[in-house]
Design a protein around this ligand. Sequence first.
Ligand code: ADP
Ligand code: MG
Length: 240
Amino acid sequence: MNAVEVKHLYFKYENEWVLEDINFTLKDKEFMTIIGPNGGGKTTLLRILLGFLKPTKGEVKIYDKSPKENRTLIGYVPQHTNFSLDIPITVFDIVLQGRLQKGKFFYSKKDKEKAIKILKELKIEKFKDRKIKDLSGGQRQKVLIARALVSEPKIVMMDEPTSAIDPKGQKEILDLIENLDITRIVVSHDIKILLRKVDKIAYIHKKAVIHEGPKLNIPKDKHFCEVELIDFLKEDECGI
Ligand SMILES: Nc1ncnc2c1ncn2[C@@H]1O[C@H](COP(=O)(O)OP(=O)(O)O)[C@@H](O)[C@H]1O
Ligand SMILES: [Mg+2]
């Protein structure tokens, strides 16, 4: 069974197609990144995979069911976090939110144990009782990733998790994602993500160009700065 199957997916909000004939599959535990220009349709594709938007045409399956049916298997880190920094909510409370389910109004002892476990795994346990506003951008992003992972999803989807974070924080977040042993789909505006162990790359600009990770064949021991990477990708006719 594939983790993700997308067949002849088309989508439009109003009159204009935003996505056209997208096709790809992703196996269990694979790491896919979605790259492409602003307005190319990356967030839209992610929202379809999450079941928040319905395809105008075509088919999307997450572990053999519709995204909506398998919503509980998915952890999600949104692009723009909309919690107000003025609210005095703690790190622990935010992570616990990831354990909320329909019709459930309190947290069990197990929920709290799982929250502590994931805080430890992500090495942010020391911030447990801190207010979210008293964290750096990178630390805050880790808290949101913890919230997405605390329900122990089979697949996690993240929308630009390293935007507005300093380089050290970006590295930490990418290390964390790279080492997760679950299926991952990560939208990135930063093509340096291609230097990571990605299994699949979807370049989305209304249509999709899908690359297998290893085909890019980026030498592991070579230093690449972003400019060289863009040149490298042009050779691959990625159109960046
Ligand atoms: N809710 C919406 N209603 C109408 N058009 C939208 C909506 N959201 C996004 N779009 C349009 O769809 C296109 C793709 O947007 P988006 O998926 O956010 O791209 P990306 O994440 O790659 O920057 C853009 O042209 C954008 O203006
Ligand atoms: Mg976007």
